[in-house]
Ligand binder design. Sequence first.
Ligand code: OMP
Length: 231
Amino acid sequence: MNKTIVALDFSSKEEVVTFLEAFDEPIFVKIGMELTYACGFEIVETVKAMGHNIFLDLKLHDIPNTVKGGMKNLAKLGVDIVNLHCAGGSVMMKAAIEGLEEGAVNGKRPLCIGVTQLTSTSKEMMNDELMIPGDVLDAVLHYAKNAKDAGLDGVVCSVHEAAAIHKLCGDDFLTVTPGIRLSTDSVDDQKRVATPEYAKKQGCDYIVVGRSITNSENPKQTYINIEGMMK
Ligand SMILES: O=C(O)c1cc(=O)[nH]c(=O)n1[C@@H]1O[C@H](COP(=O)(O)O)[C@@H](O)[C@H]1O
């Protein structure tokens, strides 16, 4: 199974198709809000028809009943992974799983993972602006435990928290880690970043990589190099 999930942060179907046509084999991709809001859910069908695995990253965060209904309809799309914000709370997370089970296609629901603290969040921002005290690791572990208890399949976190999450929640509990940068890349808006090599050392199940691949001169070769670092 591929360990690298490529973030298709594009605003048109043409860019997505051109990007994916370079790959000879199916890969794992992430369709997020930029692409979905530009193209609608039709883009999910387009990418599925090309044979790729899909993480549909819409980060649901609302009252339990609304998230349940939303997840029911997302499950019908037959994607592999969906996500939500753990900050929505345990009742919301349980409702999300109920919705996914109701909408499951042929008895199979998408995996559901919860965003703990965005990788663009620093300790200072978390403490001073969001008013969550302590270290980022403490908050992330607390949210991960809530997610596990609510029946989620894993979390989105930074590479720096993945090993501690596996220790607390078990090796089967997925850690999906964005904020990946090659050592020469600019950090951009990310705060908790790490290289693919370090992600492998920390036991991350999947890394999410956007700009390091999509903005590179040869995206396919960069993808192959990064996959190589994760094997
Ligand atoms: O849920 C996500 O995928 C996500 C969570 C998070 O905490 N941080 C984060 O960067 N992401 C996503 O991962 C991708 C990272 O993109 P790059 O910074 O370009 O590699 C983006 O599509 C983000 O929306």
